[in-house]
Design a protein around this ligand. Structure first.
Ligand SMILES: Nc1ncnc2c1ncn2[C@@H]1O[C@H](COP(=O)(O)OP(=O)(O)O)[C@@H](O)[C@H]1O
Ligand SMILES: [Mg+2]
Length: 237
């Protein structure tokens, strides 16, 4: 069986203009990611990583180039169809946790299911289960403000995974985590990618998690300069 490609980007270019200054963030990026792959993206600050994954997530529209996810081009979808596609198929873990302070931890985690129309009690039950997986079973009824940064990161991760998206996009998911929590989260993600063939695209600076990657793409100044497989990266990183 041939591997199916889940993310296919060709010639992605993106320029920002702010206060009269033009910044070219992406200078023509090509990338294909296979279903079930654990893919990492590394590179210096400002090289375009967040911009690129925002394009993959359908949050940012490129100036040029095409991005297909599951053979669908974002450019061809209506706004409503794009929102619905994203809420079903994509999970996000961004650097800012974006937890809602007035909701409990479990309620925050349940949001993606509630958006999709699942009954609240059932959604909260599933939220408590996945919170157990990330080691937060005793925090489910607290407001997020009572948790440490690392614990809030784990809540954000549980929220990104609860609806079993086929593609999970993460920006520095372990940056606020201690070593043990980072390993716990990566093990959970890796298990998902094996068991239900969830695809992960992870921006990271954390060399402790490189060993989990199937492939690592290096970005510099708006371009992908090199893609290594796990075997190759052992010698370099
Ligand atoms: N909304 C924006 N407005 C203006 N410039 C931006 C914006 N977003 C990103 N940039 C610029 O684009 C470049 C790439 O940014 P980014 O994708 O955030 O890099 P990275 O995630 O690799 O640190 C940087 O020079 C950054 O300042
Ligand atoms: Mg960034």
């Amino acid at each position: 069986m041939s591997q199916s490609i889940i993310v296919e980007c060709r010639g992605i270019k993106k320029t920002f203009e702010s206060g009269g200054t033009i910044t070219t963030a992406l200078r023509g990026v090509d990338l294909s990611v296979n279903q079930g792959e654990f893919f990492m993206l590394v590179g210096p600050s400002g090289c375009g990583k967040t911009t690129f994954i925002s394009v993959i997530a359908g949050i940012l529209t490129p100036d040029e180039g095409v991005c297909h996810v599951h053979n669908k081009s974002y450019a061809d979808l209506s706004k409503k169809a794009l929102l619905s596609f994203r809420s079903k198929e994509i999970g996000f873990i961004f650097q800012a946790f974006n937890l809602i302070p007035s909701l409990s931890v479990a309620e925050n985690v349940a949001i993606p299911l509630i958006i999709q129309g699942h009954p609240t009690e059932k959604a909260l039950g599933q939220a408590r289960t996945i919170l157990m997986d990330v080691g937060l079973q005793d925090k489910t009824e607290m407001p997020p403000s009572r948790l440490s940064g690392g614990q809030q990161q784990r809540v954000a991760i549980a929220r990104a995974l609860i609806h079993s998206p086929s593609l999970v996009i993460c920006d520095e998911p372990t940056s606020a985590l201690d070593h043990e929590s980072g390993q716990m989260i990566l093990t959970l993600m890796k298990e998902m990618s094996r068991r239900v063939r969830t695809t992960f695209v992870i921006v990271t600076h954390d060399p402790r998690i490189f060993t989990y990657a199937d492939r690592i793409a290096h970005m510099d100044d708006g371009r992908i300069t090199k893609i290594e497989t796990q075997e190759e990266s052992h010698h370099v990183l």
